[in-house]
Design a protein around this ligand. Structure first.
Ligand SMILES: Nc1nc2c(ncn2[C@@H]2O[C@H](COP(=O)(O)OP(=O)(O)OP(=O)(O)O)[C@@H](O)[C@H]2O)c(=O)[nH]1
Ligand SMILES: [Mg+2]
Ligand SMILES: [Zn+2]
Length: 305
């Protein structure tokens, strides 16, 4: 019997069977110890095989993952925790105001999604709080990201605007909602499907670090063929472990231009014959992407020291 993991608490899992029925299952001890350095052998989004003994479902096998995203375990830094697997889409939910999100966060997220090979989109929520000038700014930003190849949507859960765009983006997919605490991930889920009834915390109760109302990654069926995984708000989004030389590969607009660089391993800093840096200098590509690239690159180099 096969199903998809909707929720994991560490000791049991909620599984949706192919017929739509939901059951609880445990893991056989054998599976738990199978070699990897991940703290969790089964994760949300996994397809699993199960045995049924009496009324007890036991997970016997995890199918190979198409992709997965990980986070370093908080306590054991060498170990990693898989947040979710088999994603079709990573959705960055962010806001310009309330909370104000550091701008570089979007690109950090996009780099990570590229590294995991998961298509990413950006959702700007709480547009009801913005004045014309701020909306204009977001439209410019949206255009810049569209040119690179990232879809985005300007929405307001409270004003119920832009929600149809989100439905279109999510249609037929398993999508991960990510973003800071308080940006409205759970609110958006509830707006898309009130039956989900995810817990929402009033933003006025948020402290600086955020409330973290959602504490477990959990997958919610939106309709027959779309799923959304709600995750706890991320306080920061560390770049995943990669070699500094790899970073450039996760900026699609740089990859396209780098065909014109003299050296195939050009880092687009000050190498002779670089085709990327001049393009930024001449304003042919968004400056903030290049600056974030340089900033992230320094960060990765520091990490390696
Ligand atoms: N003004 C405004 N407030 C919103 C909007 N969407 C959500 N909120 C409010 O933002 C606050 C936080 O919403 P949540 O849905 O709990 O945020 P979250 O991203 O799930 O937060 P965590 O679970 O902590 O990661 C609540 O007070 C919501 O009512 C919106 O479109 N406009
Ligand atoms: Mg939430
Ligand atoms: Zn170059």
């Amino acid at each position: 019997m096969t199903g998809i993991v909707l929720k994991s608490t560490g000791s049991w899992y909620r599984i949706r069977l192919e017929n739509g029925e939901e059951v609880e299952a445990r893991v056989r001890g054998k599976l738990r110890t199978s070699g990897s350095r991940n703290t969790n052998p089964v994760t949300v989004g996994d397809y699993v095989d199960m045995d049924l003994t009496g009324e007890d479902y036991a997970i016997t096998k995890v199918h190979e993952r198409k992709n997965y995203i990980i986070r370093k375990s908080t306590k054991l830094s060498k170990e990693t925790h898989i947040i979710a697997a088999n994603l079709d889409l990573a959705v960055m939910v962010t806001t310009l105001k309330s909370p104000k999100i550091k701008f570089g966060f979007i690109d950090r997220f996009l780099v990570t999604a590229e590294a995991y090979n998961v298509p990413a989109v950006i959702v700007f929520n709480k547009c009801d709080l913005l004045n014309d000038e701020e909306l204009e700014y977001l439209l410019t930003l949206q255009g810049a990201y569209r040119d690179i190849g990232y879809d985005s949507a300007l929405i307001s859960v409270h004003a119920q605007t832009g929600l149809e765009d989100i439905r279109t983006l999510l249609e037929g997919k398993i999508a991960l909602f990510s973003g800071h605490s308080g940006v409205g991930k759970s609110s958006l889920l509830n707006a898309l499907n009130p039956a989900i009834d995810a817990r929402v915390t009033d933003v006025s109760d948020f402290n600086e670090k955020g409330q973290h109302t959602t504490t477990f990654a959990e997958m919610h069926p939106l309709d027959g063929n779309s799923y959304v995984i709600d995750t706890p708000g991320l306080r920061s989004f560390g770049l995943i472990d990669m070699e500094p030389e790899e970073l450039k590969d996760f900026f699609p607009e740089m990859v396209r231009l780098s065909e014109g660089c003299k050296f195939h391993n050009c880092l687009h800093l000050n190498e002779p014959g670089c085709a990327v840096k001049p393009a930024y200098e001449e304003g042919e590509l968004p400056w903030f992407r290049y600056e974030n690239y340089c900033y992230f690159l320094d960060e990765l180099k520091d990490m390696k020291q």
